[in-house]
Design a protein around this ligand. Sequence first.
Ligand SMILES: *Cc1c(COP(=O)(O)O)cnc(C)c1O
Length: 814
Amino acid sequence: MNPKIVNSIQKIEATFIDNNFALTLDAVSIDSRSLQNGSQTLFFALVGSNIDAHIYVEDLIDVGVRNFVVTHIPKNCETKANFYVVKDTLMALQDFAAQYRSFFDFPIIGITGSNGKTIVKEWLNFLLSPDFNVIRSPKSYNSQVGVPLSVIAINEQHNLGIFEAGISVSTEMKNLQKIIKPTLGVLTNIGSAHDEGFINLDEKIKEKMSLFQTAETVIYQMDEKIESFIFPIANAFTWSFINKDADVFVTKKKIAELTILNIQHRKEHFDVKIPFQDQASIENAISCLMVLLYFKYDQQTIQNRMQLLFPVEMRLKVKNGINNCSIIDDSYSSDFQSLKIALDFLESQKQSGNKTVIISDIFQSGLTMDELYSKVSDLIISNKISRVIGIGETISEYKHKFENCVTYQNTAEFIADYENVDFSNESILIKGARSFQFEQIVQLLEEKTHETVLEINLNAISYNLNFYKAKLKPNVKIMVMVKAFGYGNGGFEIAKLLEHHKVDYLGVAFADEGISLKNLGIQLPIMVLNPENTSFSAIIQYQLEPEIYSLKGLRAFLKIAAQKELKHFPIHIKIDTGMHRLGFEANTIDELIAALKGNQTVKVKSILSHMATSDDMQHIEFANSQIDLYEKLSSKLIRELQIQPIRHLMNTSGISNFPNAQYDMVRLGIGLYGISNGSEEQKKLENVGTLKSIISQIRAIPAGDSVGYGRKFMAVKPTTVATIPIGYADGIARGWGNELGFVTIKNKKAPIIGNVCMDMLMVDVTEIDCKEGDAVIIFGQSPTVNEIARALNTIPYEVLTSISQRVKRVFYRE
Ligand SMILES: *Cc1c(COP(=O)(O)O)cnc(C)c1O
């Protein structure tokens, strides 16, 4: 138990509903999916734009959580736990974190600015951790939620904190200031990021600087504008490339792959090498260097450590592994806090039951080794990890604390033994400190495919789902269509996310799509749009729910249902109201009623129809006639069969265009994947998929030469040509070649020249400063899928679903 957690929660403003459960709290959670939730967890039910966590309270009680912070007590839970009832659970979390923070009194570095916060934080952690027990915000936890969660991880052993604070609109910093209370401030820079939330630059600077209200010193690049906002109590510790009045004057020189910074600080002059050349990295490195100077590090140490700075990977990536494994690559940090986060992520992404963790020695905990590895072991057990592979001298020493654990002294030893270790059908978390170079292990375990990937932003999917949910009338349910492999985006991963969001139904086109989802553990009800009669047995076996659209299909299904002695098996009746694709026509409704009347083997779970023109208001009269006919026919079925089915008619476009015909449920499809048929609505959605590749080769050709099959491109001037390993076999329409289409390289358009080949295409990069191996965006922010569809005279659905299965899907969260 952590008495500081108990103490802090008792201090916040709340009505305590005490049902006499123990208050032996030692952890705080906002994530209902975490396997770390248990009887010692204090759960804050946050109400976000994404999700209202109150819907998980009952499930959490089932796994043993007994203390909640809520705005209201959910149904059926009244006496099953203790509740702190508050007005706003996010504010309560922040108040709680501020209380918790007040128990500790050691230096805290607060970092804010428009860019570079996470990098500066990670670098400072690297630079300072040899001498301090550092607690830092994990990943980029810098938001209104992330900051309190970061601060709550402080314990007695820490003696230095490094926290970042990010804000998107004015007034948010106030809240974060109270929680972090930095003693030293670092302002990375003031750029244009998130400008929308601020009236002007002054307001933005003022707001950012408010983090440093109680700081003794603030570090920043000298700037008059900032000067006027520095608090009278704080000292400025400034640096500059141009102004010799700054405390630290810096000049820079680039050689080979390095930058040499010449530092003038008081009477001292010295050089520092850093392994970067871009402006942002140089400025971030200087911010870190300023902190080292502030802490009075000697030149030698500064030089030694600064030259080891490294690129920071900020997100956890899920990749396809060998032998049907999936791997989560977190191969650059290893500390207790980030291990907790990675284990939660592993659980939310796993595809099969077995989970393996490959983990290095753990650093920077502030605990004794014995305590630390006991805690790690508890964490591993609560997360139901089947196997631990420990790499490093310390973890090898504490091997006895883990079950089913093998250890190696170092990464090389593991790699030498790699052939003897079996990896198959499991989810593997690869988590190690940078020095262990676990990227080598990732390389071994990663499925070898070519460099083209479709990156799927899971946060964007959540965002888009909630965008449409907000358009629904009260109590309207939502079915999400994940047919065609989630519109090309990946079926299982998306279904899993939708299950978390508690959508009501999933829809697939064919039975096998539903079966594979069920096999992977999806429990949501799944409607099959186009079940073939031959698949009825499998449908029943896997508890899928068929759409029945003809008398023939109905009779076949009823026959099997009778043979299997089913009772009230859910079916969905599709009626044709004008689309003329699938469905009972008006003149067959009487026969349908006769066939269903009194039948106990099936139950009409829903009645649906499909709109032909919900996206095009030119056809509004036709659309209204479909709605009228649907109303009439479905009412007749309901009346004569005396049933209470779910009625649903609208797809994505219909949700917005025909809000009054949402009935009991809508069927969301393309919108979830970030694409709308309306241009205004399109602006409000987030891009989900980014199709990426790389440059395989670059060459210069003289005027008069041609490129590709059929010599369709003729160079009229000297031209630089880049070859990209993606072609029509990957789903890039051949028509997108010959300068109609383009790809994006280094934020610039590179026209596709000549014909698209089967596995490759060529682009003109004469105007772009790029090299072999550079990233290429085929679609995403630019060009958008919509843009491509328009140019090709087709619809975005076709562009998305054409991307071949040989293109690897990589899922990530921001
Ligand atoms: C595909 C499909 C949807 C979803 O359509 P979107 O336009 O992608 O929203 C809804 N209903 C049926 C019957 C479908 O086949």
